[in-house]
Design a protein around this ligand. Structure first.
Ligand code: FES
Length: 61
C-alpha cells in the first residue's frame, strides 16, 4: 500500500493521512485515529488496516 492509496473508502482518507496523524499526534489506538481523522468511523472495514498501521509505526505492543 502506498501513501496515496485510500485506506478508508467511506471517508476518502489515504494511508498517508492516517500515517501523518499517527506520527504527528502520537496516536496509539484505533479510537484516537477515528477521532482525529474520521477514518474507520463508518463501515469499519478499514479498522484492521488502521490497526496494522498503528502497529507498524508504534511497534508491536
Ligand atoms: S472503509 Fe473506513 S469506515 Fe468504511
Amino acid at each position: 500500500m502506498n501513501r496515496e492509496d485510500i485506506i478508508c473508502s467511506c471517508m476518502d482518507i489515504t494511508k498517508g493521512e492516517v500515517e501523518d496523524a499517527i506520527n504527528q499526534k502520537k496516536l496509539t489506538s484505533v479510537e484516537q485515529v477515528q477521532d482525529e481523522t474520521e477514518a474507520g468511523t463508518v463501515c469499519g472495514a478499514c479498522v484492521d488496516d488502521i490497526y496494522q498501521l498503528l502497529e507498524e509505526i508504534n511497534g508491536k505492543v
